[in-house]
Every structure is written in C-alpha cells, then in structure tokens.
Ligand binder design. Structure first.
Ligand code: MG
Length: 184
C-alpha cells in the first residue's frame, strides 16, 4: 500500500501556520495532528504501507523523510520516496496523475491512496483520492475517508489498529462517533 502525500494544503496549511508563524520555519508550521493521522493510516492497512511524497517539496527539500521523522511521523517512507516529475506535453505542464503513473512504471503497481488538495489526477486515480481543503488541510472527515479506503471499506477500521489504537477509543460511544452514526 502506498500513500501519495502532498504537503501544501494537506499538512502545511493556513491553519497550521497560525501556530507556527512565530518561528517562521516550515518545521513549526506542519500540522502535528495531520501527522498523527498519517501515522494511523500507515498502521491500519493489512499490507505494509509506505509514504511517497508527491508535493513539490520533494524537489526543494532532499531531507524530507528526516524532517518528518523529527516531527513525529512514524510511518515508513518507500525507498523511492518521491514521485518523478513527469511533463505532460498535451497539457504543457506537469500533472500529478502522470507523476503517479510514472512512479508505478518504475517501481511496480501497488494499492494506493492519494492525499492532495488538488485534483489533477486521472479518473481511476480519483477513486483513490482524498481531497483536502487548502486552508485547513486534512480534516477528520478526510481521515475517515482514508481509513475506509485503506481497509477496503471496513467501517470498524479502528479495531484493526490493535496496539496502535489511541487510548479511550474503544468505548461504545466513541465507536459510534467515529463511524458517524451518532454524536454526543
Ligand atoms: Mg497541495
């Protein structure tokens, strides 16, 4: 399982910058809650799950895996942890969908999900795409969408987290809240 991860509009957002802007650095501005959500995504799938960065950050920051590790990301990066930069002649620009296809050509096809605030993907890829909000990044609703895709629609996905389950999530009320059946 591959998680294609964009950064701006997913983990680096206007929302996260409100907390990080005093220091001004990107490390203070990445959303720590979003990073924890990625950790749970990496833990829930039955197959080994690897992160591949699709963001333009992959070009600007060669040390991204280390930076993410320092920020608390525990999920594994794929050895080929960034997508290639595939130029689309017809569109006269790069499209994320082409980047993904080229990455699969080079590294073999695998199941995947995509976390991105943009939608320049092909129709089949959009079925695996979770669209985040540029200002706010990954929401809890996005998190649930991801967990369902990662578990083939298992509506009790949190049970698959085992020892990685956050403390307190097992109470009946919380289970209902997580599935959206009931709130309060
Ligand atoms: Mg983005």
């Amino acid at each position: 399982m591959i998680i294609f991860l964009d950064i701006d509009g997913v983990l680096c957002t206007r929302r996260s910058h409100l907390a990080g802007m005093q220091q001004g650095g990107m490390m203070e501005s990445l959303d720590p809650i979003g990073i924890e959500m990625i950790n749970y995504m990496c833990a829930v799938s039955k197959t080994p799950t690897y992160i591949v960065i699709s963001s333009t950050w992959r070009i600007l920051h060669p040390d991204l895996p280390m930076i993410f590790r320092m920020l608390g990301l525990r999920g594994a990066f794929h050895p080929k942890w960034k997508t290639p930069d595939a130029f689309n002649k017809d569109a006269n620009r790069t499209l994320r969908g082409d980047d993904l296809n080229q990455w699969f050509d080079e590294n073999g096809k695998d199941d995947y999900i995509i976390l991105d605030d943009d939608e320049d993907f092909y129709d089949d890829q959009k079925e695996r795409l979770i669209v985040t909000d540029f200002d706010n990044g990954i929401s809890f609703e996005n998190f649930k969408q991801a967990m369902l895709l990662l578990t083939d629609g298992n509506e009790q996905w949190w049970k698959l987290l085992g020892d990685n389950l956050p403390t307190g999530w097992l109470s009946a009320n919380k289970q209902k809240t997580l599935t959206g059946e009931e709130h309060g």
